[in-house]
Ligand binder design. Structure first.
Ligand SMILES: [Zn+2]
Ligand SMILES: [Zn+2]
Length: 440
């Protein structure tokens, strides 16, 4: 059923839209869930088309002093439905998303059962209809994510999968990865890989090096990521497929991807906010919320990631939102599961670590949260353009606030950023012309 949405006129906001290079004060008129007009000094009374003449007058939002962005897209989110609805549901994850300024999220297939067949995919799509933001499923590359047999990729794509990944696990078998890439090429979807040579990382809890020795925790060498990045780049070059590499965490991975891009390999990649914010030093707290996979690395790696963000080697910033209950995280470091939530801290960490420190301009950062993921996933999103779905994120760049556990909308509260102070926050999130979040 088509939801009837009232018209909205957003006035006086500074519009930053990387696709049109806009960075100026503009008004935006939304009607029927789509962007209708974008321009200077629009007047509500003159805008209403015949179709809406019977409706009430447009709702006017004054965005003076605020920044208006295309709706943010997170291409790497873990929702725990089906299987662990106590940890996160598609609904609860979508509420956390809109509070964090995201209008679209892509959910990874490592659920129980995994999104590896039509019935589970359809289940997710059905639940997604009631979500507060757009939810696009990423389907598993292999059946049961076992790395043995390819899933019915063509069918899954035709039903709505936007990409394929066994995230959480690497595809060990190189021939199988080659076949997956060959199919993905025919289907025009990206293969999204979690690069980890598990024979090297098995049993590891944190980055391998001096700190892991001091803490007495088994390490994960950088090479476990880099070997698989190198292999996947070779296979992408061999097949011509579109490869997207998840959560790049090491200097050498960034360098390998940069070199491959120069050779014309169709590769894109992402970094998470925690990998450009925290180093292995954070593990010294033994706070299990700092346990992530890949692990937090070193200052040198962060420097390389910043350079990769600036020169375009790193295309996307993605949350890798991975909810776990505190009862699961309360074990000792070695036995706690990996992952942290991130939907509500991604934008503030981008502002704090990248924009305030002048690593990226706001427009460059926004491209990595809107236009670039939309292009990679073939979504008609990420731009403020007449005819496009009216997905918008309005941020207050001056708002000082603290991230507290009360702020967390996710069913799980596993974040090492609780208590952090931020400047800049999403204050209004509009999805398909509907206000899904508005801060009072
Ligand atoms: Zn992963
Ligand atoms: Zn993940």
């Amino acid at each position: 059923m088509m939801v009837k949405r009232g018209a909205i006129l957003i006035k006086n906001g500074r519009v930053i839209d990387p696709s049109s290079k806009a960075n100026t004060v503009l008004d935006i008129y939304i009607e029927g869930g789509k962007f209708s007009k974008i321009g200077k000094n629009l007047k509500a009374s003159r805008l209403r088309s015949k179709a809406s003449a019977t409706e009430r007058g447009a709702k006017v939002l004054d965005a003076g002093g605020k920044i208006v962005l295309p709706g943010l897209i997170d291409m790497h989110t873990h929702l725990r439905e089906p299987g662990r609805e106590d940890v996160e549901t598609i609904l609860s994850g979508s509420i956390a998303a809109v509070h964090g300024g995201f209008t679209s999220i892509c959910c990874m297939p490592n659920t129980t059962p995994p999104i590896d067949d039509a019935s589970t995919l359809n289940f997710v799509l059905e639940k997604a209809r009631y979500a507060h933001c757009n939810v696009y499923p990423i389907a598993a590359i292999t059946k049961e994510r076992k790395g043995e047999t390819l899933s019915e990729m063509a069918e899954l794509k035709s039903l709505g999968a936007v990409g394929f990944s066994d995230d959480g696990k690497n595809i060990k078998d190189s021939l199988l990865m080659r076949r997956a890439m060959e199919y993905s090429l025919m289907l025009n979807v990206p293969i999204i890989n979690h690069c980890e040579d598990e024979s090297l990382s098995v049993g590891g809890n944190m980055n391998e090096g001096y700190t892991s020795t001091v803490l007495g925790l088994p390490g994960i060498p950088k090479e476990s990521e880099e070997i698989m990045v190198a292999r996947d780049l070779s296979l992408a070059e061999l097949t011509g497929a579109k490869l997207h590499i998840c959560h790049v965490s090491t200097k050498r991975s960034v360098e390998l991807i940069r070199e491959a891009k120069r050779r014309g390999v169709k590769v894109t990649c992402e970094v998470t906010p925690h990998h450009f914010t925290l180093t292995e030093e954070a593990v010294k707290s033994f706070n299990t919320n700092t346990k992530v996979n890949p692990p937090l690395r070193t200052k040198e790696d962060i420097k390389a990631i910043e350079k990769g963000l600036k020169d375009g080697t790193i295309d996307v910033i993605a949350s890798d939102h991975a909810p776990h209950l505190s009862t699961e995280k309360e074990f000792e470091y070695g036995t706690a599961p990996s992952g942290m939530i991130g939907l509500q801290t991604t934008l503030p960490l981008v502002m704090k670590q990248l924009v305030e420190r002048k690593i990226l301009t706001l427009s460059e950062a926004v491209a990595k949260l809107t236009l670039n993921p939309a292009k990679i996933l073939n979504l008609k999103k990420g731009q403020i353009k007449a005819g496009y779905d009216a997905d918008l994120t309005i941020i207050d760049p001056k708002k000082q606030w603290q991230f507290t556990s009360e702020e967390i909308q996710s069913l799980s509260k596993n974040s090492p950023f609780i208590g952090w102070e931020f400047k800049g926050k999403a204050v209004c999130t509009i999805v398909g012309g509907k206000i899904e979040f508005e801060e009072d």
